[in-house]
Design a protein around this ligand. Structure first.
Ligand SMILES: NC(=O)c1ccc[n+]([C@@H]2O[C@H](COP(=O)([O-])OP(=O)(O)OC[C@H]3O[C@@H](n4cnc5c(N)ncnc54)[C@H](O)[C@@H]3O)[C@@H](O)[C@H]2O)c1
Length: 323
C-alpha cells in the first residue's frame, strides 16, 4: 500500500495529481497552506491538513502517524516576476521549505520523493532542452527550483530515498472531469489569459515582443496539458517502485509552439473578431523553451493524451466559463 503525502495538493497541478492518484490503491494526505491554493480544488475523498511545509513538527507528525512512504512535493511559490522582488520570501518558502520537508523524513519510512521542478532551470537556450545541459536559471524562482533539485539529490544519499525530479514545462488546460483548473485571477499563464479573453465579445491578445530570435519573432513554449503532467507524476512513482533507481526528466510534449501561432489558432477556432496586438518585449523573458523528451519516453514509455492545442484551448475555456 502506498501512503502518499502530497504537498501543494490544493494547487493547480497538485489537485490534478491527486485526482489521478485517488484512482490508485493509495492512502493520500495533502498538506497545503492555501497561500495560492484553493479549498475548492481539494479532493473530498482524501485527507487534508492545512499547514506549511516549513512546520517540521507538523510534517514529521503526519509522516510518522500516516506511515508515509512517498512524498510528491509540489508546494511552492511560482511567480517569477514576484520572485525577483521578494527573494527572501522565495528562498524561505521554496528552498528552506524543501529542506525542512526532507529533514522531516529522517528516520521515517519515506523511500520515494517526487519533485516538480521547472524548465526555468535551463535559462535562455536556443534548442531543445536536454537534461544533461548546463543550467543557468534566469530568474530567482528558477534558481530556487535548481537549489531544491540539489538538496533532494544530496539528501537521497543520506536518508536513502530514491527521487524523481520532473522538470515541468508550461502547464495548461483544465481537467477533463470539469472539476479542476486554474482559479487564481493573478495567474499569468498564456492559456489562462486566452480563456479569460474568450469570454469577451472582442478578445484582445497581447503578444510581448515580435523580435525574439524565433521563426515568427514571438516566444516559443512547450505547452503541456495539466492532466498529462499529472499522469507523468504517477508514472514516475511507478518507475521508482519498480526500479528503485532515481530519475530526472523533462516533462513537456517536445514541441515548441510560438505564442503567435496559438493566438492565430484562437482567432480561427474560438473568435474570428480577435485582435492580436504586438507589445514591447518584456525584460528578461526567455525566447525559446521546449523540451527534449527522449529520456522521458525511454524511461516511462509514455504517450501524451491531451496534446492537441484545440483541446487544450477548449478545456481552458470550458473551465473559465464554469468559474
Ligand atoms: N504551473 C506551471 O506551469 C509550472 C511549471 C513548472 C513547475 N511548476 C511547479 O509545480 C508546482 C505546482 O505549481 P502550480 O502551478 O500548481 O502552482 P499553485 O500555486 O497552483 O500550487 C502551489 C500550491 O502550493 C501551496 N504552497 C506554497 N507554499 C507552501 C508551503 N510553504 N507550505 C504548504 N503549501 C504551500 C499553495 O498554497 C498552492 O496550493 C510548483 O512547485 C511549481 O514550481 C509549475
Amino acid at each position: 500500500m502506498n501512503n502518499i503525502l502530497v504537498t501543494g495538493g490544493a494547487g493547480y497541478i497538485g489537485s490534478h495529481v491527486v485526482e489521478k492518484l485517488e484512482k490508485t490503491n493509495s492512502n493520500i494526505v495533502i498538506i497545503d497552506n492555501l497561500k495560492t491554493g484553493f479549498k475548492k480544488l481539494i479532493n473530498s475523498k482524501v485527507e487534508f491538513v492545512k499547514g506549511d511545509i516549513n512546520n517540521i513538527k507538523l510534517v514529521k507528525k503526519i509522516i510518522n502517524k500516516k506511515k508515509i512512504n512517498t512524498i510528491i512535493h509540489l508546494a511552492g511559490l511560482i511567480d517569477s516576476v514576484e520572485s525577483e522582488k521578494k527573494k527572501k520570501k522565495y528562498f524561505k518558502n521554496n528552498v528552506t521549505g524543501t529542506l525542512n520537508l526532507i529533514k522531516a523524513c529522517k528516520n521515517s519510512e519515506v523511500i520515494n520523493f517526487i519533485f516538480s521542478s521547472s524548465a526555468g532551470v535551463y535559462g535562455n537556450i536556443s534548442r531543445a532542452a536536454i537534461e544533461t545541459m548546463s543550467l543557468k536559471p534566469n530568474n530567482y524562482y528558477a534558481y530556487t527550483k535548481l537549489k531544491c533539485e540539489k538538496i533532494i539529490k544530496k539528501y537521497s544519499k543520506i536518508y536513502k530515498y530514491k527521487y524523481s525530479i520532473l522538470r515541468l514545462f508550461n502547464a495548461c488546460g483544465a481537467s477533463p472531469s470539469g472539476k479542476l483548473g486554474i482559479i487564481s485571477k493573478k495567474n499569468k499563464s498564456f492559456f489562462k489569459i486566452l480563456a479569460k479573453e474568450s469570454l469577451k465579445k472582442k478578445p484582445i491578445i497581447n503578444i510581448y515582443g515580435n523580435n525574439h530570435i524565433t521563426k515568427d519573432g514571438t516566444c516559443v513554449r512547450d505547452f503541456i496539458h495539466v492532466s498529462d503532467l499529472a499522469l507523468l507524476h504517477i508514472k514516475c512513482l511507478d518507475y521508482l517502485i519498480k526500479n528503485r533507481k532515481s530519475l530526472l526528466i523533462n516533462c513537456g510534449y517536445g514541441i515548441g509552439y510560438s505564442v503567435h501561432t496559438i493566438a492565430k489558432i484562437f482567432r480561427e477556432k474560438i473568435n474570428k473578431s480577435t485582435k492580436i496586438k504586438f507589445m514591447k518585449k518584456r525584460k528578461g523573458e526567455i525566447s525559446v523553451s521546449y523540451a527534449s523528451i527522449n529520456k522521458m519516453k525511454k524511461f516511462l514509455k509514455w504517450k501524451p493524451k491531451y496534446n492537441r492545442i484545440e483541446y487544450i484551448l477548449k478545456s481552458s475555456i470550458k473551465w473559465e466559463k464554469k468559474i
